[in-house]
Design a protein around this ligand. Structure first.
Ligand code: ZN
Length: 417
């Protein structure tokens, strides 16, 4: 499904592409789901024209670690620890989810992402007790229109089934990792995931659970196919080992700090060592749905960390934007496909309406957005060339209304049971 050609006219493009940089009054032609052309005064008589004057045009954001099934209970709790989170969310809710609740939650979670300009999500799907739940999760991702990396977090046997059923699905395996399984189980899980040649993601580097990277190293399990979520409590040694073995990192500033998972997000220290690092909302039950907030928090935290350590950071606003876009794409091996506005890449594009009073700043529009924008400022979203948000609202009429109705039913049942 590629939809109609789209011609975005006369925008301020912060392409994120090293060669192209920022382009004023420039057009983007979208064809067959791809960025076909970027230039001034482009013409495409059959294309749908979108006026981008006084809009900042950016690559869609990439969330490298998010639990979409929590869409049904988004913004339900604001807890201050992992233990409290388990008591408030995982304990009472996870076991109640039927496949239709997973479908409703993932679909809504994906629409929340798109609404906030997140066009690619690594969905850490760890509420898959049966193959029916897995099918519901996959179908919701496919129906939502979001660019997804499906991280299967059910049994390994079910991951094998899923791989067979959806051989073309962009997929990885979400494993319990050393914190939640024995060394033998971890070795077996990693070995079986690697037989499928799928990337692996684990939660690691959080307060109270030290030494995950060392444990993996002792079993010779580190490698470029291992993604770590959080990492704020990684020791210098551990970060060095992740860097040396080509592992990647997903930091979630809101969750990392407000749930006391560590001192500061590991963004700066990971970047310094050359680790591919991206941003993540993680649990949308206890954090927002957008990466604007995560970028702001990431930068503030990094500057605070640098000041406390007596080593002020050189990280700036453009750097965290890069992390939220191309950096995140690189974490999941998608750097050639998305994350910048570059001809030939997938047309994952967002437009921010700069006419809003809080965005009508004095200088660089990118800075105004990074300081002030939120999901409702994202006026237009194209995911793989399809317009999924226009005039500030999700489009697709019946599709969105169906998602809302399923969500309502699911919430009523989850509240009652
Ligand atoms: Zn997580």
């Amino acid at each position: 499904m590629s939809g109609r050609d789209v011609l975005i006219k006369s925008g301020y493009l912060a392409t994120g592409d090293r060669d192209l940089g920022d382009l004023h009054g420039t057009d983007i032609l979208v064809r067959d789901g791809l960025i076909a052309e970027i230039g001034v005064g482009l013409a495409a008589p059959d294309a749908l024209e979108v006026d981008a004057r006084r809009r900042l045009v950016l690559p869609g954001f990439v969330d490298t670690h998010r639990h979409l099934w929590l869409g049904a209970i988004s913004a339900s709790v604001a807890v201050d620890s992992l233990a409290a989170y388990s008591r408030a969310v995982m304990g009472p809710f996870a076991g109640r989810y039927r496949p239709e609740d997973v479908y409703a939650g993932v679909l809504w979670g994906a629409l929340l992402a798109l609404n906030a300009g997140v066009t690619t999500v690594a969905d850490w799907a760890h509420n898959l007790p049966s193959s029916e739940h897995t099918a519901a999760n996959v179908e919701a991702l496919q129906h939502s229109g979001v660019g997804a990396v499906f991280l299967h977090g059910g049994s390994i046997a079910d991951a094998y089934r899923a791989r067979e059923q959806w051989p073309d699905l962009r997929m990885g395996v979400a494993l319990r990792g050393p914190y939640f399984s024995t060394p033998e189980e971890t070795r077996s899980d990693f070995a079986r995931a690697r037989e499928l040649a799928l990337p692996i993601s684990v939660h690691a580097g959080v307060a109270g659970y030290p030494g995950a990277v060392h444990q993996l190293a002792e079993s010779d399990l580190l490698g470029p196919d291992v993604n770590f979520a959080h990492g704020s409590e990684f020791s210098t040694d551990e970060l060095g080992m992740v860097a040396a073995t080509g592992g990647t990192l997903s930091v979630s500033p809101t969750v990392d700090m407000s749930m006391a998972l560590g001192t500061y997000p590991a963004l700066g220290s990971a970047l310094e060592r050359g680790v591919a690092v991206g941003l993540a909302a993680d649990t949308i039950a206890s954090a927002g749905t957008d990466l604007f907030s995560e970028m702001r928090l990431a930068l503030a935290a990094e500057r605070s960390r640098g000041t406390c350590a007596g080593e002020p950071t050189t990280l700036g606003h453009r750097d965290v934007l890069q992390v939220a876009t191309h950096g995140g794409a690189a974490v999941w091996g998608l750097g050639e496909q998305t994350g910048t506005l570059t001809p030939g890449k997938t047309a994952d594009i967002i437009m921010v309406d700069m006419r809003a009073p809080h965005l009508d700043g004095f200088g660089d529009p990118v800075l105004a957005v990074l300081l002030n924008a939120g999901p409702s400022d994202v006026e237009t979203v194209l995911a793989a060339g399809l317009i999924v948000k226009a005039s500030g609202r999700l489009v697709g009429g019946t599709h969105v209304e169906t998602a809302r109705a399923l969500l309502k039913d699911s919430r009523e049942r989850l509240r009652q049971s």
